[in-house]
Write a protein that binds this ligand. Structure first.
Ligand SMILES: Nc1ncnc2c1ncn2[C@@H]1O[C@H](COP(=O)(O)OP(=O)(O)OP(=O)(O)O)[C@@H](O)[C@H]1O
Length: 326
């Protein structure tokens, strides 16, 4: 049997009971596969790797080693949440790597988006590899591969891999979610006790805020992206748009404009707000955010985020614009 193919009679996991049954079955399968060996997992704090982590913690406890890389491009509060949920609450074996300077130094002066993505991906592999080499006796690598990843890669190879690890660091894979769709992963995550903020998290690009700080990333502009994004998320949550709008975030371009602040001329960055809805990410429509809310968010961002004097709303559907700017 092709174990990368979802059986036709597999019931869609939509309830707590179905999730509980799946968890029980997977805990057993993981224990059988792994025995008393150690498993390594790159834990981003995103839905997929978090659910894999919670499942493995339930199955094998401290035989799982999670590595969370803070590359400085995560959203406000995310690295802290990973530490709180997994180390403090679930008592997991968590290695937290502060790699902020490494990533930002490598990215300094790099303007071209594809180049930025490549640097972030390659540096991630390097950091992960270094951590893997420090650990003894690891035989398995857990991954948050889900069924759409398998379908996209035509069943040949899950594209979700921490691909690019050197030959001598090839581990046997543990992929407990590989036959599940995203909505099922969320139901399982909830049943495993993960917080809603993690389970219902909106999609976030691999290179993180790095592709929302347009052009060459600078630390001050990156901080402004992070702060403005946090304000946008807070206001959307308060006003019932969280969970309703598919994806929303802020972008800061690499140019400034003239403004007035406290009676004086200012020369600062604009923040661009993007809020879109889509079914399959191939096309997207712009959310009709109430004007008064946009004005309130503008007021907060221009007053609370240092270095920003202007806010714009991106009215472009996909096509012609893509969802992200880089
Ligand atoms: N900052 C990070 N620290 C540790 N692992 C990471 C980090 N970023 C990405 N990864 C690993 O790379 C995988 C793929 O990352 P990608 O950003 O494409 O995530 P994804 O498909 O949305 O999955 P997830 O929901 O787990 O983030 C993640 O599942 C995780 O294993």
């Amino acid at each position: 049997m092709d174990n990368n193919k979802r059986p036709n009679d597999m019931i869609r996991i939509t309830t707590e009971e179905l999730a509980a049954a799946f968890i029980e079955e997977q805990v057993q399968a993981i224990q059988e596969q792994v025995g008393d060996k150690k498993v390594l997992l790159a834990l981003s704090g995103g839905v997929d790797s978090s659910v894999v982590a919670a499942l493995l913690i339930k199955a094998i406890g401290k035989q799982l080693v999670c590595v969370h890389v803070n590359h400085g491009l995560l959203r406000k509060g995310e690295p802290e949440q990973v530490v709180q949920v997994f180390r403090d609450e679930m008592d997991a074996n968590l290695v937290y790597v502060d790699a902020i300077d490494r990533f930002l130094d490598k990215l300094e002066g790099v303007e071209e988006p594809e180049q930025k993505r490549k640097i972030i991906g390659a540096e991630f592999i390097r950091v992960f590899e270094e951590e893997a080499r420090k650990l003894e006796g690891i035989e398995f690598l857990a991954q948050g591969t889900i069924y759409p990843d398998i379908l996209e890669s035509d069943g040949v190879k899950a594209h979700h891999n921490v691909g690019g690890l050197p030959e001598d660091l090839q581990f046997e894979l543990v992929e407990p979610l590989k036959l599940l769709y995203k909505d099922e992963v969320r139901v399982v995550g909830k049943a495993l006790g993960l917080p809603d903020g993690m389970v219902y998290r909106q999609p976030f690009p691999g290179p993180g805020l790095g592709v929302r700080c347009l052009g060459a990333i600078t630390r001050d502009r990156l901080e402004a992206v992070r702060e403005s994004d946090a304000i946008l998320r807070e206001e959307f949550a308060k006003n019932g748009l969280e969970g309703k709008v598919w994806q929303y975030f802020t972008i800061i371009p690499d140019f400034k404009s003239v403004g007035v602040k406290e009676g004086k001329r200012s020369f600062e960055w604009p923040v661009i707000i993007r809020a879109v809805n889509t079914k399959d990410a191939m096309t997207a429509t712009v959310e009709d955010v109430p004007f008064a809310l946009l004005q309130h968010i503008t007021d907060r961002i221009t007053h609370e985020v240092p270095g920003v004097n202007r806010v714009c709303y991106d009215l472009t559907p996909k096509p012609t614009g893509t969802i992200e700017w880089e």
